[in-house]
Ligand binder design. Sequence first.
Ligand code: FES
Length: 347
Amino acid sequence: MSLYHALTVMDVRHETADACTFTFGVPTQLADSYAYQAGQFLTLKVPHPEGELLRCYSMCSAPTQTVNDQVQLSITVKRVVDGRASNYLCDNITPGCRLEVMRPSGLFVVNDWQQDLLLFAGGSGITPVFSILKTALAQGSGQIRLIYANRDERSIIFLHELNQLRQQYPERLEVVHLLDSLQGVPRIGLLQSLCYDMQSARAFICGPGPYMDAAETALHNAGFNADTIHVERFVSLDSATAKRDESRPQTPSDSAEASTVTIDLYGTTHVIDCAYGETVLNAAREQGVELPYSCEVGMCASCMCEVTDGDVELRHNDVLTERDLNNGITLTCQAVPKSKTLQLKYT
Ligand code: FES
């Protein structure tokens, strides 16, 4: 099965001066492959004039939303200063364009919709948080507090929809807007003071790094356990590429043993050789086997699969929890075989 499919852009909506939402049409025969959970993301091949760019963007739509009886699949892209992919998409993609899109992935997801949710979003970090919020309102029963930080009022994405949802669910949804232009950059103390009465909630955080760090510390200070805090870090693929080059494997010694890796890729089996110290993703690519990936630095989980036999060592991991690792989940972009044979499975 091909990892990417050309999906047609059905709608482009300008959310703010620098953010656009793109809605894709999904043919019926691909509906299962593009089913997703709130909080997940899509990886796109952006057809830039300087060469194809791989980028991941979170869904802002919710799996509970439908258009013409089909599940809505929308991403929101915010322009990044000098960002090649985000500016290309916002400037060039119109309804009718086709883009190569990989099936949804990501671990920033909710396991229990009946729990209370404490949501922290900063800027375009609202995108996966908005998907979670809409799904929780539609199919959950808990209280939801969204703490949403932006530069100023004009940069608030989904302001109108949030106001509508607040009116629709006045008993369950509370939205706290924080604006740099009014309060300055949100500090830990302020964020901690907004955690009141939510100690039994699950917390989800997405936004710029300093905001996420402040929110995480605020939650810890407010008594939240680490395993109730979920963080989605943005991946800058330009810097990721540089980091990847630095982390190339050392040249294997002649005596070091290679591994044979058997990969079940959505039902198709591939067998590859992996040199000592080489990542599975790299070995697969060099042998012409296309595996899913986006960031290549262990931050996004789009390369995630299960180890069904053998051992691996992860060079770097910013996304899998202790529990994921204990359940045999791994990242092929960072996984180096530690056993003579290894079996992996994508589901
Ligand atoms: S490709 Fe992003 S974690 Fe492996």
